[in-house]
Design a protein around this ligand. Structure first.
Ligand code: 13P
Ligand code: SF4
Length: 306
C-alpha cells in the first residue's frame, strides 16, 4: 500500500524525469505543500509559472490557476492535479453575460480578478489578484471601472481607491463570504490580544473588524514579521500550516465556521503521481482565447504592487 512518504518519493522521481515543477496554492492540503516546489498565492503562482524553466507544470490548485499558467506558458505542458477542482466564484461570471454587460457600458474598462475563466479574462482589459487589486485599479485612466467577479474584493478596492467609481458584479467566494459577524466579535472577545487578519474576499462588515487585510501571502508575511503573539486568521485554513510551522511560539485562532475550500482540498498526492505518470489532464487554452487573455494578464504583471 502506498504511504504519504512513498508517494512523495515517487513524485520527486517522476518530477525529475519529466522536467516538471510542482506549483501549489496555500489553500491545498499540508502534504501537497510538502511536495511542491513552490507554494504561493495567486499572484506568486502566476509569476513563478511565467519564469519557470521547467518544461512541465503540475498545478495543485483550482482550474483557473492552471489556465493562467497555460495562458502565460503556451509552449509548456500544463497539468492540473485534479481536474474536478474548480472555483465556484470563477463560475459566477460567464463570457456571454460579461459581453452583454460590456455592451451597456461603452468605454468602461473591465478589471477581472484572476479567479475567472480564460474566456472571461479574454473579454477583460486587465486582471488583478487580491495582492495587487488597488494598484491595478489606480492604474486605469477611466473613473468608472467594471470589476468582476468578486463583489467583496471590488468593495474593498473601492474603499481604498475612492477616486474611482466601481461597478460591481454579483460574485463571491462561498468559503470567505459565509463568515458571520457575531462569531468574529465573539472570537475577538475571547482573544482580546489577538490581531485580526482577513482576506478581501470576506464581506465588508468582517473586514471592518480586521487589523490587516491582505492576500494569503500578505497575511502570512504579516504574521511572520509581527512581534505580536496571537492572531485571528480569517482566510482559508490552508494558510495555518505554513504559519504554525514558521511560528511555533505564536497562536493562531480560527473562526467556528470552517474556512475550507473543498475544491483546493481535492488535490491529493495520488493525483500528482497520476498527472506526472500519464502527463494528463492537460490544460490548454485555445489561441483565440489565450492571446486576448494574455494581454489582460501581462498588463497586470507589469503593474508594481502598492
Ligand atoms: P490569493 O491567492 O490571491 O490570496 O486568493 C485567494 C483565493 O481565493 C485563491 O483562490
Ligand atoms: Fe474559489 Fe474561494 Fe476556493 Fe479561492 S477559496 S478557489 S475563490 S472557492
Amino acid at each position: 500500500m502506498s504511504t504519504p512518504a512513498s508517494l512523495s518519493q515517487e513524485i520527486a522521481r517522476l518530477a525529475k524525469e519529466r522536467d516538471a515543477v510542482i506549483l501549489a496554492h496555500y489553500y491545498c492540503l499540508p502534504e501537497i505543500h510538502d511536495i511542491a516546489d513552490f507554494v504561493g498565492d495567486s499572484l506568486g503562482l502566476s509569476q513563478t509559472a511565467a519564469k519557470s524553466p521547467a518544461q512541465t507544470i503540475v498545478f495543485c490548485g483550482v482550474h483557473f490557476m492552471a489556465e493562467t499558467a497555460s495562458i502565460l506558458c503556451p509552449e509548456k505542458t500544463v497539468l492540473i492535479a485534479n481536474p474536478l477542482a474548480g472555483c465556484p466564484m470563477a463560475d459566477m461570471v460567464d463570457p456571454k453575460d460579461l459581453a452583454e454587460k460590456k455592451a451597456t457600458l461603452p468605454n468602461v474598462p473591465v478589471l477581472t480578478y484572476v479567479n475567472s475563466s480564460a474566456a472571461v479574462k479574454a473579454l477583460s482589459d486587465v486582471c488583478c489578484t487580491s495582492a495587487n487589486v488597488t494598484a491595478v485599479l489606480r492604474s486605469l485612466d477611466s473613473r468608472q471601472v467594471l470589476m468582476t467577479p468578486d463583489r467583496n474584493l471590488a468593495l474593498y478596492a473601492q474603499s481604498l481607491v475612492p477616486e474611482k467609481d466601481v461597478i460591481l458584479w454579483p460574485g463571491f467566494c462561498p468559503t470567505h463570504h459565509r463568515l458571520n459577524l457575531t462569531e468574529i466579535l465573539e472570537l475577538k472577545k475571547a482573544h482580546p490580544k489577538a490581531l485580526v487578519l482577513a482576506h478581501p474576499e470576506c464581506q465588508p462588515k468582517i473586514l471592518a473588524e480586521a487589523d490587516f487585510v491582505g492576500s494569503t501571502s500578505g497575511i502570512i508575511n504579516y504574521c511572520n514579521q509581527s512581534d505580536r503573539l496571537e492572531f485571528i486568521v480569517l482566510t482559508e485554513s490552508g494558510v495555518l500550516y505554513p504559519l504554525r510551522q514558521k511560528n511555533p511560539d505564536k497562536k493562531f485562532y480560527e473562526p467556528k465556521t470552517p474556512m475550507v475550500c473543498p475544491n483546493m482540498k481535492k488535490n491529493r498526492l495520488e493525483d500528482v503521481v497520476s498527472a506526472l505518470t500519464t502527463l494528463e489532464p492537460v490544460i490548454k487554452v485555445p489561441e483565440e482565447i489565450r492571446v486576448p487573455a494574455l494581454k489582460a494578464v501581462t498588463r497586470m504583471l507589469a503593474i508594481p504592487r502598492d
